[in-house]
Design a binder for this molecule. Sequence first.
Ligand code: SF4
Length: 230
Amino acid sequence: QDLVELGDSITRCRACPRLVAWREQAAREKRPAYRDEQYWARPVPGFGPDDASIAIVGLAPAAHGSNRTGRMFTGDRSGDFLFEALHAVGLASQAEATHLGDGLELYRTRMAAPVRCAPPENKPTPQERDNCRHWLAREFELLRPTLRAVVVLGAFGWQALLPVLAEAGWQAPRPRPRFGHGAEVVLPATDEGADLVLLGCFHPSPHNTQTRRLTQEMVREVLRRAISRA
Ligand code: SF4
């Protein structure tokens, strides 16, 4: 199985009844600005090259963002902020991400999420997070030969990712490291593979960016660190 086949399998998943209902309800009701669009309304697969050395891990799709467009962080304000930073540091071909087929390419970077379906109020349940874990673990297993750094956007992603990485071949640190903006932890490989650097970054949600809890320069600084470790 490669990452394309994995992505195909992910998009067919219906393991969480509440999230299946929510992603489809959002597609029926739509936001007025998107009323002429056909929503994706399925799980969102990873995005980026299959030999990425950097991964960016968020939380879950937004109901009218990637649940609409079908691509990670594409079509919402969190993504607008993130892609501006990725482009500024040379990891994305353009600063805007609007829809599949907009020409955007990621360089050396793969985007993924611990939960692949849009949850109500952006809050998946622990059960939904656990249901989805195997998809991300498999994605990291497949990326493992080249992956060297992961930028984790927010505390939910940080907590969800640690057991995923343990499943995918890196040692879980003890005690469990705390999330913080700028946090940095090295996870040794369980075999002769390469270590993985985990970098914490506040989530680029409007709540954080509009209050300037998170600025462009703060995100770019974490991304530059990821580049230097990868
Ligand atoms: Fe499947 Fe994950 Fe979506 Fe649940 S959240 S239905 S496990 S893809």
